[in-house]
Ligand binder design. Structure first.
Ligand SMILES: Nc1ncnc2c1ncn2[C@@H]1O[C@H](COP(=O)(O)OP(=O)(O)OP(=O)(O)O)[C@@H](O)[C@H]1O
Ligand SMILES: [Mg+2]
Length: 254
């Protein structure tokens, strides 16, 4: 009679026997022309986007999601606007100077996005990471649309983007956003108030009007891009519970 060989009891369990849910691969695609030479079938990770206005709670939610996902055994990577190695510093300087035309500024942001897509998002997805994006092409498009730029042109530029596995838009009323931004930063941001658009000389009034326009554009794009609108006016815990439930669905390939 043969004997079963067993290792010493103190050895850690083999990884395969731990309950790490391997994300079910689902087909990926680009919105348009994409990036040449990318094998979409080899992108095993998931791209989850959290969209929302300044102060809508994106960072709060992403921090919780990272903790939860990593606790479940998933490696995570975070990306966001103005975070590329290539142009983030230059982009910040351009914002301070406010001298670039809408088109140049738009292409500057597109460059920042493309650099992160090529050098962070795609390699991370290939390695099976969960990529959490703090805003994506939608904020960039919406900001430009509010400034009167051509939608077909923007769609063509952002045809480079990968279609995420899920996009959540944290919906918070402008009045609530003002309060949160004041609480956090003791001021409102020039650009997020749309001061360059000149809706009002009063920053507070401008912020309310501008954010209303932004929200309107987001809702318009929703039918094309299929965001899930999540009410951001509940407690951080409640919002996160909803996001976790929906992301679990993404992991099992729903
Ligand atoms: N669900 C919530 N209810 C009330 N306050 C919240 C909630 N979530 C976040 N906050 C608070 O609102 C402020 C903005 O939150 P947070 O920094 O997460 O938002 P954000 O969308 O990342 O903002 P930013 O655009 O500045 O990066 C913070 O002071 C935070 O503590
Ligand atoms: Mg933030």
């Amino acid at each position: 009679m043969g004997t079963t060989r067993r290792g010493p009891a103190s050895l850690p369990q083999p990884i395969a026997s731990r309950s790490v849910m391997v994300p079910k691969p689902t087909p990926k695609r680009f919105y348009g022309h994409g990036i040449p030479g990318v094998d979409l079938e080899k992108l095993f990770g998931k791209l989850i986007v959290i969209e929302g206005a300044d102060g809508s709670g994106r960072s709060t939610q992403i921090a919780r999601l990272v903790q939860w996902l990593e606790g479940c055994g998933h490696a995570t990577v975070q990306v966001g606007l103005k975070r590329s190695t290539l142009v983030s510093e230059e982009l910040e300087r351009a914002k301070q100077g406010n001298i670039l035309s809408h088109i140049t500024m738009s292409l500057f942001y597109a460059t920042d996005f493309a650099d992160q897509l090529e050098n962070i998002i795609l390699p991370a997805l290939k390695a099976g990471f969960m990529v959490l994006a703090d805003r994506y092409i939608y904020t960039l498009m919406v900001r430009d649309l509010v400034r009167g730029m051509d939608e077909a042109w923007l769609k063509n530029v952002y045809g480079i983007a990968l279609v995420p596995d899920a996009v959540f838009y944290l919906n918070v009323a402008p009045e609530q956003l003002v309060q949160r931004n004041f609480q956090k930063n003791h001021t409102l941001d020039y650009w997020e108030s749309g001061m360059d658009v000149g809706l009002s000389r009063d920053m507070f009034d401008c912020f309310l009007q501008y954010q209303a326009l932004v929200e309107k554009q987001f809702r318009r794009l929703q039918s094309t891009y299929g965001f899930t609108i999540v009410s951001g006016e509940r407690s951080a815990e409640e919002i996160n519970a909803e996001l976790q439930e929906k992301i679990e669905g993404v992991l099992v390939g729903k």
